[in-house]
Design a protein around this ligand. Structure first.
Ligand code: F0G
Length: 438
């Protein structure tokens, strides 16, 4: 617990950047759902079973079997988290002159593509950029736009990515039908298709409950069909691996896999543990078994919707339908008097913290507004994400968060924008320092 005065002091000392707070000064931490979940009894039990052999650990084989049960790619390369898989892959296949399409690149994915010299292009369907518009699969790729890009620059495209669910676009799912259409275009142009699979189980739940003809299928069956349409994937096990750390790169291509494994050994570790301890591999293997169960997913998706529906009912503009892992407040609509280049998302996120010790995350012009050449323009949307850690908070915590958002909404007109006084060349949202305007 902290008082409002303590929080005002803490956020000022943090340069009004929520990433720079001491987490002890946060009451309900909705910054991310990444690695912040509570592990189950059986995951903790699995940890005790971890074997720390450098090469060929039994824990590696438990992990491999669990991954391939859902994603039967030929090569599985363990990494310490998702971005390590991205860094390795784009170091091998990216580079100057290349272009990587995605429904929407997550921040680290975009940064890793751009760090290799390649260009990152977001091709989500137009509905996916309109926060309040209802559509069952707002994460879908714009297949016509993808085809146009491949027709024009196909030889510059080493891979097409589809992110499930579409995190930066509101945690919105991709339909099986859309992925089949993307696959068809990729096959026609001879370009491999990869999944960014961070929230694959949540995506499969949306497919089961929203897509015609899918209701009677099991979640593992739906996941395997997604995998069968792709040639590889990157994964952060900190999301739907239900673990606190971990990830992998999986793929079918032998030549790419060999090059990736070489980089893995340079930066992460031997190919049977990557950047992980044997006990981490065991925790992920068990997490993958739990995450595809109906009871877990029903609880997960409903509890996120509970927060979103309450805010919607209170007249707070949120991305609809409510996403899987988070509720996204439309800060541009919430604070129409603050222009995008004065960072309405940042203003709202800071206000939620000062009001009630809730930490959310700006996903908007701070995160995506600056380009590799140093210029700045408004991002497609200015959102504040309230991400829900898995199996961590109770309904009363969430009820409190709802009260805090309502309190800020009642004085929205008094909030002011920010300017950036210090920023690094890339991924500025993590470390930039701000100052309130006016
Ligand atoms: N791809 C997506 C769609 C993600 O959401 C993330 C991480 C990554 C890749 C990178 O994985 O963190 O294990 O290196 N998202 C977290 C978030 C950090 O808060 O949404 P990582």
């Amino acid at each position: 617990m902290t008082s409002r005065e303590e929080r005002s002091r803490a956020i000022r000392a943090a340069g009004w950047n929520l990433f720079s707070l001491h987490a002890d000064d946060v009451l309900i931490d909705l910054l991310t759902d990444s690695g912040t979940g509570a592990m189950s009894r059986d995951q903790w039990a699995a940890i005790q079973h971890g074997d720390e052999s450098y090469a060929g650990s039994p824990s590696w084989f438990v992990f491999l079997e669990s991954v391939q049960e859902l994603f039967p790619f030929r090569h599985v390369i363990p990494t310490h988290q998702g971005r390590a898989a991205e860094k390795i892959l784009f170091s091998v296949i990216g580079g100057r002159g290349k272009v990587i399409p995605n429904n929407t690149h997550f921040d680290t994915t975009r940064a890793n593509v751009e760090a290799s010299g390649a260009e990152a292009v977001d091709l989500v369907i137009p509905e996916g950029r309109q926060p309040s518009l209802i559509h069952p699969f707002k994460g879908n790729m714009d297949v016509a736009a993808l085809e146009a890009l491949l027709r024009e620059r196909g030889s510059d495209v080493p891979v097409v990515f589809v992110t499930i669910t579409n995190n930066s676009g509101g945690g919105q799912p991709v339909s099986l039908r859309n992925l089949r259409a993307v696959r068809e275009v990729c096959t026609r142009y001879g370009v491999p298709l990869f999944l960014d699979g961070c929230r694959f189980a949540e995506n499969a739940w949306f497919v089961k409950t929203r897509e015609e003809g899918q209701a009677d299928r099991s979640i593992p069956d739906i996941v395997r069909e997604f995998a069968s349409l792709a040639d590889g994937m990157t994964m952060s096990a900190k999301k739907d691996g239900l673990a606190n750390i971990g990830g992998w790169l999986a793929l079918n291509d032998d030549t790419w896999a060999e090059a990736c494994r070489m980089l893995l050994i340079l930066t992460e570790g031997f190919p049977t543990y990557g950047g992980l301890a044997g006990r981490d591999l065991e925790a992920i293997a068990q997490g993958l078994r739990e995450v595809v169960t109906d009871d877990y997913l029903r609880y997960r998706i409903r509890s996120t919707a509970y927060l979103g529906e309450a805010l919607d009912a209170a007249g707070v503009p949120v991305v609809r339908p409510i996403g899987g892992h988070a509720v996204y407040i439309d800060a541009r609509a919430f604070l129409p008097h603050i222009p995008p280049l004065e960072y309405p998302g940042q203003a709202l996120a800071v206000a939620l913290y000062v009001e009630g010790g809730i930490r959310g995350c700006e996903i908007g012009t701070v995160m995506f507004g600056r380009h590799p050449d140093g210029s700045e323009s408004p991002a497609a949307m200015d959102l504040v994400r309230l991400a829900i850690p898995r199996r961590t908070y109770t309904q009363s915590h969430v009820d409190y968060a709802i009260e805090v958002v309502r309190a800020v909404a009642s004085r929205a007109g008094t909030l002011r924008g920010y300017r950036i006084v210090e920023q690094p060349a890339m991924l500025r949202h993590f470390t930039a320092r701000f100052e309130p305007l006016g």
